[in-house]
Design a protein around this ligand. Sequence first.
Ligand SMILES: [Zn+2]
Length: 231
Amino acid sequence: MLDNQSKIQKIIENSLREQESQRRDFSLFGKWFYIKEHFLAPINISRTLEELEEKIPAHLFEEIDEFFVGDFDFLTDKGLEAQYKDGAVYISNSIVSELDLVENIIHEVSHSLETRYGHVIYGDQKLAREFLLKRNSLRSKLKQEGYDISEYDFENLEYDEDFDFFLYEAVGYAQLNNLVVGIMPSAYAATSLREYWSVGFEDYFVGDREYLKRVSPILFSKVEEVITDEY
Ligand SMILES: [Zn+2]
């Protein structure tokens, strides 16, 4: 049996937890972080946002005005967990963990920086050249493994739905992650040049930074160039 004081303590704790799970307004680097629909998984939002503020320099959030969490059709329809558009980051309320939330936010931050830093990231074509060399190695590997790759253009830098579907469905990310070891930071990096950039940025903060540097030196140096620009 709990004594009265412990009982009261329990009631207060439960009520605080309840309040936290119902809370809709948060902030990340002073930007509005609004919960339109609550996360389906138990995610401690304030703790996660505090961790993010410790992990990433504040100036990298300059291009983002606000964050929205919800059940957004445009995300579900494309099978996306998050998307940056028109100065806002939209996050699906179906993401499964705090780490997932951190990774998605960092990933979208990288996309938000592409316009402002386009000249740094893409201007000298070095990143594109590195990406194409890797696509070429991947092409050989897939061929070796017996996949029919004749219909796909491995030199296309842009996102292509058929190519994405081939990687995601025909090969599968579990298998693809094995095949890209030593070639790319991860399977998703093979999607397009822009996703190559984003995976590098993400891995720099929450992945294996040393591996990134070893496997994709140009990508690594582009990430460093962007994040150390203090303007
Ligand atoms: Zn992306």
